[in-house]
Design a protein around this ligand. Structure first.
Ligand SMILES: *Cc1c(COP(=O)(O)O)cnc(C)c1O
Length: 466
C-alpha cells in the first residue's frame, strides 16, 4: 500500500515510513492511495472473528509489506490484553435501536488506548527492522500523554518525553503519567499553558539539528497508524448491530477529527454506514462548518469536555482532500487562506457532498450535564462528559429510529469525576486496575517555560541514558 500527502508534493511512502514520518515534508497528512474494499461476502467472513482477529483483517491491507503477517498478528494479539473486557470494547443498548460503544477499557481509560496500544509495539517492530532508535516528544492537555506513555513504556528503541502544563491537567490525568516507573519515560511539567507546551514541541521539531541528532518522532493524532487502528471498532460495532447489509449510523464526540475520520475510512472501505454524526461542545467550529460550508476560527473556550476543546481539527484536512477530489494544490490553497484569515469555505456542491454522510450538532456544558443525568435515569449508565456529547448528538440528528445509532463513549466517567458528580450526584469509581493510583509515588521534572532549558534538559537526560 502506498501513501500520498494531502498537499500533493511530499514523497510517496510505504506504511513503515509513514508511521515514523508523521507529517509529510510538504506539511500535508498522509492518506492511502486507494481504499481496501470489503464487499458483502468479505464482510460475512468477518462476523465470527474475535476483536484482534478482526483487527488483523482490517489493518493488514494498510500495512502492506511493511510488517510480515506473522509479526502483525503477534502485535495485535498482544495489543488488547491489558484491557478489562473480553473483546477490547463493550457494546450496550441504551434506548430504542440505540447503542453505546465503550472505547475506554484500556489502561488509561480513554479511547486513545484503542490506537496507542497498537502503535507502541508497531513502532518497536519497525524500528527493529530498520535498526533505528527514536525520541518521542509530545505535548498533552490530558488524555494523549498518558496513553502514549502507557504504549511506549519499557520499549528498547525509544525514549518518550511528555510536556504538560503544570497545575492544568486533572489529578487523575497527571498521576497516570507521573506514576509510570520506566527508564524511558520522562514527564516534564511546564510552568505555562498547554499552548506553551505545544509551541515548544513544534519549535523542537523545527530545530533540524536537534531533530536529526535525536531522531525525533511524534505520536500525535495526525499519525496515520492511529487512524488505521481506530477503523477496527467501527467494523466491530456495525457487524454486531447491523450485520453485513443493514446500515447503521455513528455519533462521535469530536476534537481533532481523528476518531470520526476512522469512521469515514470504514465507509470508504464498504462498511454500510448511513450517517456519521459529529458531536461538538461549545467549541463548535466543525458543526458550523457542516451547517454552512464555512470553517471559521473563533478562539477556544474551556469546557467540561476538555479533550474536545480544540480550535482547529488537524485531521479534517484528510476529509477536505477527498472533497476536493484529491487535488493537493487546492487543499494547500484553502489551508493557506485559513492560516492567513482564520476562515475558508468550500463550494455548495462540496458541502452537499459532505452532508450526504456527515451531520453535526453541538452542546454547551449545561446541556451536556443534563444528558449525563438523563441517561443515568433512563438506563443506569453513567456517561463522562465527552461520551454525553456523542449521545446528545446522536439523539438530535439520527432521524427515524429504524436505523440503529451507535454512540461512541470515549472516556470512563472516573476520568472526569468532578463534572460527572456535579451532573449526576454520583461519584464515579476508578476501575479496579487503577485503584491504587492515588497511593503511588509521582516522578516529574518541573521546568520554566523556556525552550533552551527544556532542550538542554532533554539532551542531558538522553546522554545520561545512553
Ligand atoms: C481525544 C478525545 C476525543 C476527541 O477525539 P478526536 O479523535 O480528537 O476527534 C474525545 N473524547 C475523549 C475522551 C478524548 O480523549
Amino acid at each position: 500500500m502506498k501513501y500520498i500527502s494531502t498537499r500533493g508534493t511530499a514523497a510517496v511512502l510505504e506504511f513503515d515510513d509513514v508511521l515514523l514520518a508523521g507529517l509529510g515534508r510538504d506539511g500535508g497528512l498522509y492518506v492511502p492511495e486507494s481504499w481496501p474494499q470489503f464487499d458483502a461476502a468479505k464482510l460475512e467472513q468477518l462476523e465470527a472473528l474475535s476483536y484482534s482477529q478482526l483487527a488483523f483483517q482490517i489493518i493488514k491491507p494498510f500495512v502492506g509489506d511493511s510488517v510480515t503477517d506473522e509479526d502483525l498478528k503477534r502485535i495485535l494479539e498482544g495489543a488488547y490484553t491489558n484491557f478489562d473486557t473480553e473483546e477490547a470494547v463493550a457494546l450496550k443498548e441504551i434506548g430504542e435501536n440505540e447503542y453505546l460503544l465503550e472505547l475506554f477499557h484500556g489502561p488509561t481509560i480513554a479511547f486513545k488506548d484503542m490506537a496507542m496500544q497498537v502503535l507502541g509495539p508497531m513502532f518497536d517492530q519497525v524500528l527493529k527492522q530498520k535498526n533505528q532508535r527514536i525520541t518521542i516528544v509530545g505535548a498533552t492537555s490530558g488524555d494523549t500523554g498518558s496513553a502514549a506513555i502507557e504504549a511506549c513504556r519499557d520499549r528498547d528503541a525509544m525514549d518518550i518525553f511528555i510536556l504538560y502544563p503544570e497545575g492544568r491537567v486533572s489529578d487523575v490525568q497527571r498521576k497516570q503519567m507521573t506514576t509510570v516507573k520506566a527508564d524511558n519515560v520522562h514527564c516534564i511539567a511546564i510552568k505555562g499553558t498547554f499552548d506553551d507546551c505545544q509551541d515548544m514541541v513544534k519549535a523542537l521539531f523545527n530545530d533540524d539539528e536537534f531533530r536529526d541528532k535525536w531522531n525525533l518522532s511524534a505520536v500525535n493524532s495526525i499519525n496515520w497508524a492511529r487512524i488505521v487502528a481506530q477503523i477496527v471498532y467501527y467494523f466491530w460495532a456495525a457487524l454486531q448491530v447491523g450485520g453485513t447489509d443493514k446500515p447503521v449510523s455513528f455519533a462521535v464526540p469530536t476534537g481533532n477529527f481523528g476518531n470520526v475520520f476512522a469512521g469515514y475510512c470504514a465507509y470508504k472501505m464498504g462498511l454500510p454506514i448511513k450517517k456519521l454524526i459529529v458531536g461538538a461542545n461549545s467549541n463548535d467550529i466543525l458543526s458550523r462548518f457542516f451547517d454552512s460550508g464555512t470553517m471559521e476560527m473563533k478562539g477556544v473556550h474551556p469546557t467540561i469536555s476538555p479533550s474536545m476543546d480544540i480550535q482547529v481539527s488537524s485531521n479534517f484536512e484528510r476529509l477536505l482532500f477527498d472533497l476536493y477530489e484529491r487535488d493537493g494544490a487546492a487543499v494547500k490553497e484553502s489551508i493557506d487562506i485559513f492560516r492567513e484569515t482564520g476562515k475558508f469555505n468550500v463550494s455548495e456542491a462540496q458541502l452537499k457532498q459532505a452532508r450526504k454522510l456527515f451531520d453535526s450538532a453541538h452542546f454547551d456544558d449545561i446541556e451536556i450535564k443534563a444528558m449525563i443525568a438523563q441517561v443515568l435515569d433512563e438506563s443506569c449508565v453513567l456517561l463522562d462528559p465527552h461520551s454525553a456529547v456523542g449521545v446528545a448528538a446522536g439523539r438530535a440528528k439520527r432521524g427515524n429510529t429504524k436505523t440503529p445509532i451507535i454512540s461512541l463513549a470515549t472516556a470512563h466517567p472516573a476520568k472526569f469525576p468532578d463534572a460527572v458528580k456535579d451532573a449526576s450526584g454520583q461519584h464515579p469509581e476508578l476501575p479496579e486496575h487503577m485503584r491504587y493510583l492515588f497511593e503511588l509515588d509521582e516522578k516529574t521534572d518541573v521546568l520554566e517555560n523556556d525552550l533552551d532549558k527544556v532542550r538542554a534538559h532533554i539532551v542531558t537526560t538522553l546522554e545520561g541514558n545512553a
